[in-house]
Design a protein around this ligand. Structure first.
Ligand code: FAD
Ligand code: NAP
Length: 319
């Protein structure tokens, strides 16, 4: 570990919110540090087709888009730091951060730590992680060529993963706890079309009861199906389970430091600017970490921009 490194502004996170904040802060000559965290590039690294990033009408992969954002920030002199922050002290000034590799202080901070996949909470799920249980179809789908897999969830991610997998594997069993999917219509239309290939089987009102297998691989899934008369249990042959039941904001390290609601960092949302300020002046937050509702790349980038503008104004007020 080196000496403590001080910067006017430090940005936590290398997703769309973090990189956008870095681009704006760099252009304001604030010479920011951007600390990447473990998941370099953020959630979009898990998708191979983005079709709603304005201007990129030919579709773009998540890793290509994030690579371009990275290059853009670096070209404008953002210093990219490969570290993961494990604790913070925002009661001190300058604000204090402890990473796995170094310690840092900053006059202003932008938190853009996004979110991580939610898990079902089963013991068997922990046991089979990396041995058949995955949260990323584009990363792991390839391993299940000609095999049967299951996807759990009913949002955009679950439907996208089901569609993606159905082009690779033998069969996809899509398990959703409700009756209606919350995914967007365009994806549901594609799902309806793809069902005709008989490569997708849908189980509604169904939950995963247990993941079964040997010591090294998943072999079956036990699911519980509710219907109006009685509950029924089904055992399905699968080699892989893809969990796509949403994301939990990465805010554990801020719990005793900042005001939060349902795990998301609260921002003041002032109509006269300073939208992204948290409960502590000088600490700003952007992207999925503040967003209960929209959670898109474009909305994350937009709030990253606002956080950079808000922090620039804050830093000027200190002069
Ligand atoms: P994230 O992308 O979650 O990035 C968070 C960053 O914070 C990561 O780099 C992580 O390493 C870092 N970090 C976390 N903890 C720490 C720490 N302690 N210290 C330092 N750094 C830390 N949206 C769309 O608009 N279009 C799409 O097509 C689309 N497809 C998607 C497909 C999938 C499979 C998923 C999961 C999401 C998709 N989304 C899509 C949503 C989009 O990815 C998110 O809304 C967006 O990535 C959020 O950006 P963010 O910068 O807030 O956070
Ligand atoms: P989401 O929209 O929060 O959906 C989560 C799904 O998982 C819901 O269907 C939910 O069921 C189900 N679920 C939650 N907890 C569960 C549990 N314990 N057991 C079983 N099922 C459970 O999450 P997401 O699909 O990952 O999307 C996250 C965000 O990223 C969204 O804002 C989404 O729009 C965005 N995104 C966008 C795109 C795109 O634009 N193409 C692609 C992917 C993601 P209920 O419906 O019953 O609550």
């Amino acid at each position: 570990m080196n000496d403590i490194q001080h910067r006017k502004i430090i940005i936590l996170g290398s997703g769309p919110a973090g990189y956008t904040a870095a681009i704006y802060a760099s252009r304001a000559n604030l010479r920011p540090y951007l600390i990447t965290g473990v998941n370099k590039g953020g959630q979009l690294m898990n998708t191979n087709e983005i079709e709603n990033w304005p201007g990129d009408f030919n579709k773009i992969s998540g890793s290509d888009l994030m690579d371009r954002m990275h290059k853009h920030a670096v070209q404008l002199n953002t210093k990219i730091v490969s570290d993961n922050i494990i604790s913070v002290d925002f009661k001190k000034k300058p604000f204090y951060l402890i990473g796995e590799n170094n310690k840092y202080t900053a006059d202003a901070i932008i938190i853009a730590t996004g979110a991580n996949p939610r898990y079902l909470g089963l013991k068997s799920e922990v046991f089979f992680k990396g041995k058949g249980v995955s949260t990323c179809a584009t990363c792991d789908g390839f391993f299940y060529k000609e095999k049967e897999v299951a996807v759990v969830g009913g949002g955009n991610t679950a439907i996208e993963e089901t569609l993606y997998l159905s082009n690779i594997v033998k069969k996809v069993h899509l398990i959703h706890r409700g009756i209606n999917f919350r995914a967007e219509k365009i994806l549901l239309n594609r799902l309806t079309k793809q069902i005709k290939t008989k490569k997708i089987i849908i189980y509604l009102n169904s939950t995963v009861k247990e993941i079964l297998g040997t010591s090294s691989e998943v072999t079956h899934l036990l699911i519980k199906q509710k219907n109006s008369i009685k509950n029924k249990e089904l055992k399905i042959n699968i080699s892989g389970l893809f969990i796509a039941i949403g994301y939990i904001p990465n805010t554990n390290i801020f719990i005793d430091q900042l005001k939060m609601k349902d795990g998301y960092i609260s921002v003041i949302c002032n109509t006269h600017g300073n939208y992204t300020q948290t409960s502590i002046p000088g600490i700003f937050a952007a992207g999925d970490v503040i967003d209960h509702v929209y959670r898109q790349a474009i909305t994350s980038s937009a709030s990253g921009c606002m956080a950079a503008l808000d922090s620039e104004r804050y830093l000027s007020s200190l002069l």
